[in-house]
Design a protein around this ligand. Structure first.
Ligand code: M6R
Length: 335
C-alpha cells in the first residue's frame, strides 16, 4: 500500500500524458462516440472508493457543465426502478472492472439500450469489454486491497472528462480551459510535495488507533474525501470512523463527540472554508482533538485549540480533492 501511495505522482503524470496534448493544451478523448448535444445528463455509478470518486465528480460536473448529474452506489442502482433516459450517459467507475454490482448495473443499462462508458484500471475486464466506451485510468496494477492510487486516477479521468465536456458545451471559455490544463500539468509535482508530509501524520495516527471512534468532516467536494478517509481507516486499522458532511453535525452526530475523540476536518481555503471552520469550532468546544487538513496559505487558520494542522500544496481549488486525499491515505496506513 505504501508503494502504491508513493506511486501517485507517477500515475498522475502517466494519465495526464495519455489524455493531454501538452503542445496544443487540449484534453484528447479520442473516438468519444457521442456528440455533445446527444447527452443532457450524466449518471455516475460505482462501489466503495470508486463511488467516492463519482461523488467528487458530481461537484465538478455540476459546477462546470450543463448536465443534470446523478450518482448512485451500484448495489442500489441495480435494484432500483430507474427511469432510463436516451440522452443520459451512464458512467461506471471500477478499478478492477470486475465488481459484480457495478457489472450488473452496466448490464441493466445495456439491456435498456443506454449509452454506457466505463472508467477502469483493468482494460481487459468485463466492465470495460461490455461498455460502449472505455476511459482507462492508467494506474498500473493495484495490488493493495485498499484502493489508493486508483482513487486519484479515477478522480483525474473524471475531472478531465468534465473539463473537456465543459469546454465542448462552451460552459468554460478557452482561457479557463487552458488555465485548468496548465494547473493539471503541475498536479504530479504537487502530489510529490504533499507526500513529504509524514511525521505529523505518523504521530497523529497513534491517537486514532487508541480511540473508540473517529470522525472525518468536510463540505462540498471535501465531503466525499472525508468519506474516503473514514473508509480507509476502517478498512486498514479496524477503527470505527464516520465520514460526515460537516454541516450535518448539528443534526445529531455532534452528540457522539466526546473529550479526546480524534476528528479529521478537511477545510482547504475554498468557498466552504469559513463554514467548515465554524463546524470545527463546535467539535473543538466539545473536546474533540482536531486534525485539520487545509492548504498552505499566508493567512492563519481562523481558530484556536486545533490539535494538529496539515497543510497541503496550493494551486487551484479544483485540485484540492487530489491533495487532501494523500494525508488521509497515510493516516490510515500508519494507523
Ligand atoms: O474494483 P472496484 O473499483 O469496482 O472496487 C470497488 C470497491 O470494492 C473498492 O473501491 C473498495 O471500496 C476499496 N477496496 C476500498 O479501499
Amino acid at each position: 500500500m505504501a508503494k502504491e501511495i508513493d506511486e501517485q505522482p507517477v500515475i498522475v503524470k502517466n494519465s495526464i500524458n495519455e489524455y493531454i496534448d501538452k503542445i496544443s493544451r487540449q484534453i484528447n478523448i479520442y473516438n468519444f462516440p457521442w456528440k455533445i448535444n446527444q447527452i443532457s445528463s450524466i449518471f455516475l455509478v460505482g462501489c466503495g472508493t470508486a463511488y467516492h470518486s463519482c461523488l467528487v465528480a458530481k461537484y465538478w460536473f455540476e459546477e462546470y457543465t450543463n448536465f443534470d448529474v446523478t450518482i448512485d452506489i451500484a448495489s442500489e442502482f441495480r435494484y432500483r426502478k430507474i427511469n432510463f433516459k436516451n440522452n443520459c450517459l451512464y458512467v461506471f467507475v471500477s478499478q478492477s472492472g470486475e465488481t459484480a454490482d457495478t457489472y450488473a448495473a452496466l448490464d441493466l443499462c445495456k439491456k435498456n439500450k443506454m449509452k454506457t462508458c466505463s472508467i477502469v484500471n483493468v482494460v481487459e475486464s468485463s466492465i470495460a469489454r461490455d461498455s460502449d466506451f472505455v476511459l482507462p485510468i492508467h494506474c498500473g496494477p493495484e495490488i493493495g486491497v485498499a484502493s489508493t492510487k486508483a482513487f486519484l486516477g479515477q478522480m483525474l479521468v473524471l475531472y478531465m472528462l468534465c473539463i473537456k465536456l465543459s469546454f465542448d458545451q462552451k460552459k468554460i471559455n478557452k482561457k479557463n480551459y487552458q488555465e485548468k490544463i496548465k494547473n493539471l500539468l503541475s498536479l504530479s509535482n504537487l502530489c510529490k510535495k504533499t507526500l513529504l508530509i509524514d511525521s505529523k501524520i505518523q504521530k497523529a495516527s497513534k491517537s486514532f488507533i487508541k480511540a473508540k471512534g473517529s470522525m472525518f468532516l468536510g463540505r462540498g467536494y471535501s465531503f466525499p474525501i472525508a468519506l474516503e478517509g473514514a473508509l480507509k481507516l476502517k478498512e486498514l486499522a479496524y477503527v470505527h470512523a464516520e465520514g460526515y458532511p460537516a454541516g450535518e453535525m448539528k443534526h445529531g452526530p455532534l452528540a457522539l463527540i466526546e473529550e479526546g475523540m480524534p476528528v479529521v476536518v478537511l477545510a482547504p481555503r475554498d468557498e466552504y472554508y469559513k463554514k467548515t471552520v465554524s463546524n470545527m469550532q463546535e467539535v473543538i468546544a466539545r473536546g474533540a482533538k482536531v486534525l485539520l487538513v487545509t492548504n498552505k496559505s499566508k493567512n492563519e487558520v481562523l481558530s484556536e485549540n486545533i490539535w494538529e494542522t496539515i497543510e497541503v500544496e496550493t494551486l487551484s481549488e479544483d485540485l484540492f480533492p487530489f491533495l487532501t486525499t494523500i494525508p488521509l491515505q497515510k493516516l490510515a496506513y500508519y494507523s
